[in-house]
Design a protein around this ligand. Structure first.
Ligand code: ATP
Length: 207
């Protein structure tokens, strides 16, 4: 059977239980051989200045999935210069895995609404299989904006690409705010990630 590989890109600033429980559910449901978390270096849609250094985000992502079978972390975007375009990452994995592999790109439903703004998105949705995890607060995303970039068949395909996954109402923004306010983030991130945040003084109000 052809290899089936899931790629999950994000700023992961920091990685949290929302990302992880969704990733595990998708890996199991789709019977993915590998699930690769890919911290993004310069996401084209987020201001770079506000992002924690890539080395920290990469280290936290590695700490989160350490020794979890089937999970890997890739530095392919953080070591590439320039903006992190998903189409380049998919092309890189296609070269590595060969033409027979199935490449699944995982996103949350809030991201699905923003897809029209992604670089060469029409090519991208044909270059891999998008899978969408429902995110609390965005369970029925408004897909009207996709019409400017994608054709009706592509939009229908995306509409049908939702998978069952736990609804975890946690965001990295909330975690950063809680740390800055001196509130606990225990249970919102894996313990090694929480310790990393404390040890490296990340997200404190004075940073
Ligand atoms: P921020 O609050 O900094 O914007 P975030 O929590 O949305 O961050 P990202 O790293 O930007 O996390 O998200 C990476 C991907 O994971 C996106 O496709 C996003 O939709 C998805 N995602 C993030 N949190 C959840 C969640 N709780 N449930 C489902 N999908 C999620």
């Amino acid at each position: 059977m052809a290899t089936r590989v899931g790629l999950y890109g994000g700023t992961f600033d920091p990685i949290h239980v929302g990302h992880l429980l969704v990733a595990r559910a998708v890996r199991e449901r789709l019977e993915l051989d590998r699930l690769i978390l890919i911290p993004s270096a310069h996401p084209p849609h987020k201001p770079v200045g506000r992002l924690t250094e890539a080395a920290h985000r990469l280290a936290m992502t590695k700490a989160a999935v350490d020794a979890e079978q089937g999970f890997e972390v890739s530095d392919c975007e953080t070591k590439r210069s320039g903006p992190s375009y998903t189409i380049d990452t998919v092309a890189e994995y296609r070269r590595q895995l060969g033409g027979d592999a199935e490449i699944v790109w995982l996103i949350g439903s809030d991201t699905l609404q923003e897809l029209a703004g992604w670089y060469r998105v029409a090519e991208l949705v044909d270059a891999c299989r998008f899978v969408v995890a429902p995110r609390p607060g965005c369970e029925s995303p408004d897909l009207t904006s996709l019409g400017v970039a994608l054709n009706p068949e592509q939009i229908d395909r995306l509409r049908g690409s939702f998978v069952g996954a736990p609804r975890i109402d946690v965001s990295a923004t909330e975690i950063r705010r809680r740390v800055a306010s001196g509130l606990s983030v225990r249970w919102m991130v894996p313990e090694p990630v929480r310790r990393y945040i404390v040890d490296h003084h990340l997200y404190t109000a004075d940073r």
